[in-house]
Design a protein around this ligand. Structure first.
Ligand code: UDP
Length: 321
């Protein structure tokens, strides 16, 4: 079955495309390469185009049965200082894509949403019925797209899954694709940059949180566990239903625990220093993944150590070409 992977030259989209291919689907990557990388799309048909280019989308949508939408800006901090960029791309661009889908015969769409739609939840672990109250423009834009999907679903019979990712991390076991952000802000690749001397030190953003060791707790999920859920999401859509599902492991790890795992696996010390809290960071975010486990018969398989070792395998190959 042919599937259009919009944003498939990015981090999570490229892993989804590889997993689709391994499972016998025929992914076509659609990406404007603004933050994506053609090298992550190597071995796939790549259509270079923007989500707002309805003519280009109309042509390629004729050739597929379903769409996965990964194309979005995804830096929380940047969304605070430049919300225009986020609303433009994630909402206006997203809705343009949605309209192009509606104008085609395709009625199945899988959307990359985020636990940022919940903001600072009152209760942990986070279930899907937790009120959606984002605390930054990034989360606002993802929630706006979720609302559009829900309305289009009710009115036009579009079937969708909004997958709310917790902390995507790790890299494909092949070592051939991985995370490539510029600038890098995420915890694990930032720690590798410190190990490699590409930044003076990893900053630990706050150690006075009400958590066991004072640092923030997050639910880190391997990018290929996410990718596998997307493939199962296509089968779910064939059953004619639509919903939102959390994708996480259900298990939290503190920043210090992640650093310890990195030091153990790489055998190197992470140069680090304490820094103030990062604005907008909740103390703890952990998923209740039971809805996805039940509806998809899926469960995250990979541990924090596997996340770190696959990410290190990828990161230590970068810059050597
Ligand atoms: N973090 C940190 N130093 C960094 C980057 C991240 O201490 O250089 C912390 C951050 O405060 C959060 C966790 O690591 O608690 C995960 O952050 P990341 O940016 O990787 O993902 P996010 O939770 O923002 O999606």
């Amino acid at each position: 079955m042919p599937v259009l992977v919009v944003g498939g030259a990015g981090y999570i989209g490229s892993h989804a495309a590889h997993t689709l291919k391994r499972r016998g689907y025929e992914p076509i990557i659609y990406d404007n390469l603004s933050t994506g990388h053609a090298e992550l799309a190597k071995g796939f048909e790549l259509v270079v185009g923007d989500v707002a280019d309805s003519a280009k989308l109309a042509a390629v949508l004729k050739r597929v049965d379903a769409v996965m939408h990964f194309a979005a800006h995804a830096y929380v901090g940047e969304s605070v200082v430049d919300p225009r960029k986020y609303f433009h791309n994630n909402v206006l661009g997203g809705v343009a894509l949605l309209n192009a889908v509606l104008d085609s015969k395709v009625r199945k769409l899988i959307f990359s949403s985020t636990c940022a739609v919940y903001g600072i939840p009152a209760k942990l672990p986070i279930r899907e019925d937790t009120p959606r109250l984002p605390v930054n423009p990034y989360g606002d834009t993802k929630l706006a797209f979720e609302h559009a999907l829900e309305a289009y679903g009710r009115a036009y019979g579009l079937r969708f899954v909004s997958f709310r990712y917790f902390n995507a991390a790790g890299a494909d076991e092949s070592g051939g694709i991985g995370e490539l952000h510029s600038p890098e802000t995420h915890l694990i690749p930032s720690a590798f940059e410190a190990i490699k001397g590409e930044r003076p030190a990893l900053e630990i953003f706050g150690e006075d949180y009400p958590t066991p060791d004072g640092t923030c707790v997050r639910d880190y999920i391997h990018v290929n566990d996410l990718a596998e859920a997307h493939v199962l999401g296509l089968e779910y859509l064939d059953r004619g239903e639509s919903t939102a599902m959390n994708l996480g492991t259900g298990q939290g790890h503190s920043v210090r625990e992640v650093i310890s795992s990195i030091e153990r696996i790489t055998g190197r010390e992470v140069p680090k220093r304490m820094a103030p809290r990062r604005p907008g960071d909740p103390a703890e975010l952990v998923a209740d993944p039971s809805r996805a486990e039940e509806l998809l018969r899926w469960k995250a398989q990979r541990s924090l150590n596997q996340i770190v070792s696959t990410a290190w395998n990828w990161a230590s190959r970068q810059g050597k070409h």
